[in-house]
Design a binder for this molecule. Structure first.
Ligand SMILES: Cc1ncc(C[n+]2csc(CCOP(=O)(O)OP(=O)(O)O)c2C)c(N)n1
Length: 289
């Protein structure tokens, strides 16, 4: 998984409390507090933990898809990545392996024009990502990434094809990253403000979809403000609960890699406990040691 897809997790049923638990790395976080915030994962929802190194999730997805095929499951894998991710070696290895081994995987490239401050014009000279899927011998389609229905329809069909035919498919969604890359980025330093404003207003996919839903009489302004108020309250509550929840016990830091914790790690654990006991003020008080 890539870091920009919490929407997928939300849609599959990850609760706001589960999101908050991960961000606070408390004892209910499935990653046991070992991951950076927003690196969600869920066994229950078949959502492989978000990986920080760009594009490493692509070979993971191909492996998962290939194993689904070997187990003769009526299922496929989907993986998401940005335009910047297509410059990584993992992108090419994953596409070639999937094409040759006919793994049922959907490669979803969210081409939003920017990889932090690098525009696509400095990222590749090809016509986006879609042409590279074709070069590897897989069916590839480009959609308007700001049209929710077009994206839904493309992915829906891609899923059917991937499962029925046991083959990979690439979907490239063209869009624009309206926000800064992260909270530590100021994108007005490297792109014009009116470009951002144009995409934020005239081409905003959310208001476009909302207009369509409202036009059909399925939603109105009152529904919208009621939903927003409810979600805000739920979110604040989830954050408060997650913040108060104790952290995972210290011993968890040393498990899950080896079947039996080796002596060098046991030694490190002992040293860590001694250090915390000596300097309690420098360590969080809510970690059970
Ligand atoms: C291997 C690797 N190199 C560099 C980084 C730092 N980094 C984090 S996000 C990012 C940009 C990725 O851009 P893109 O793939 O287009 O995805 P977007 O953020 O636009 O969704 C970079 C370079 C990283 N996480 N991993």
């Amino acid at each position: 998984m890539q870091y920009r897809e919490p929407g997928v997790l939300l849609w599959r049923g990850f609760t706001l409390q589960e999101f908050a638990n991960q961000c606070f790395g408390n004892k209910l976080d499935y990653g046991k507090g070992r991951q950076m915030p927003i690196h969600y994962g869920s066994n229950r929802l078949n959502y492989f933990t978000v990986s920080s190194p760009i594009a490493t999730q692509l070979p993971h997805a191909v492996g998962a898809a290939y194993s689904l095929k070997m187990d003769k499951k009526d299922a496929c894998a989907i993986t998401y990545f940005g335009d910047g991710g297509t410059s990584e070696g993992d992108f090419h290895a994953a596409l070639n392996f999937a094409a040759v081994m006919e793994a049922p995987v959907i490669f979803f490239c969210r081409n939003n024009g920017w990889a932090i401050s690098t525009p696509t014009s400095e990222q590749f000279r090809s016509d986006g990502a879609v042409i590279r899927g074709q070069a590897y011998g897989m069916r590839s389609i480009r959609v308007d990434g700001n049209d929710a229905l077009a994206v839904y329809s493309a992915v829906h069909t891609a899923r059917e094809m991937a499962i029925k035919e046991g083959r990979p498919i690439l979907v490239e969604a063209l869009t624009y990253r309206v926000g800064h890359h992260s909270t530590s980025d100021d994108s007005t330093k490297y792109r014009p403000v009116d470009e951002i404003e144009h995409w934020r207003t005239a081409r905003d996919p959310i208001s476009r979809y909302r207009k369509w839903v409202q036009g059909n009489g399925w939603w109105c302004d009152e529904d919208e403000s009621e939903l927003r108020n409810n979600v805000r309250q739920e979110l604040l509550k989830a954050i408060q609960v997650a913040e108060r929840m104790p952290k995972p016990p210290l011993a968890e830091l040393f498990t899950d890699v080896y079947d039996e914790v080796p002596s060098n790690l046991r030694e490190q654990e002992r040293l860590l406990r001694d250090t915390i006991k000596k300097h309690p003020a420098d360590y969080p008080a809510d970690v059970h040691i």
